[in-house]
Design a protein around this ligand. Structure first.
Ligand code: SF4
Ligand code: SF4
Length: 182
């Protein structure tokens, strides 16, 4: 197998699975959570992947594969995976699954667990930090604000990070984001 094939397979999560990686309790943990109840009903038909708008444009994102990895208990591998974060939460997979698996909910659960463990891709940390700091997902450069003034556009509405901080107080998002550092 050449290097290119190897990296392609790694992207697709086709590395060799070691028995020590499998957490047999993981699937049961997920079925106890809201939205994860029907995880074990998946029979790997692939409908979720074939209808997923993200999978259509990605050579690594496959919801069917995430569901199978969850059933197998590949917890660490899933939570560390950056492809998990590609899900756009459009719920197409959930609507189309013939087995009633709430695929989008399972992926939401997995993302939440990844956050708890501190596995958040830097770009999402940046977005979340920016929202906590100024109420916007994106830090608007001073230059752009000045440019708006120059061409007579009204000032942008002010973000409200204080009330956001109150809403998010219970989940201590800042602490979770700092958990594993950058
Ligand atoms: S559509 Fe449902 S049953 Fe089919 S692979 Fe996806 S989760 Fe499994
Ligand atoms: S919710 Fe996520 S996995 Fe499901 S179809 Fe949409 S992007 Fe794909």
């Amino acid at each position: 197998m050449n290097e290119q094939d190897k990296s392609g397979q790694e992207k697709m999560g086709k590395q060799i699975i070691k028995a020590s990686e499998l957490d047999p309790k993981f699937k049961y943990e997920i079925t106890q959570m809201h939205g994860g109840e029907k995880l074990l009903m998946c029979f790997q038909c692939g409908t979720c992947t074939s209808d997923c708008p993200v999978a259509r444009y990605s050579d690594s994102y496959r919801p069917r594969q995430l569901i199978r990895m969850t059933q197998l208990g590949l917890k660490e591998r899933i939570l560390k995976s950056e492809t998990l974060w590609l899900c756009a939460a459009c719920f197409t997979c959930t609507d189309r699954c013939p087995q009633g698996v709430k695929v989008a909910d399972v992926i939401r659960i997995l993302k939440n667990l990844a956050i708890k463990e501190g596995y958040v891709p830097p770009v999402f940390k940046e977005l979340a930090s920016s929202i906590l700091d100024n109420g916007y997902a994106y830090r608007i450069p001073e230059l752009r604000i000045k440019k708006r003034e120059q061409i007579g556009l009204p000032p942008l509405p002010k973000g409200n990070p204080e009330s956001l901080a109150k809403i998010l107080h219970g989940i201590e998002l800042k602490k979770l984001l700092e958990k594993r550092g950058e």
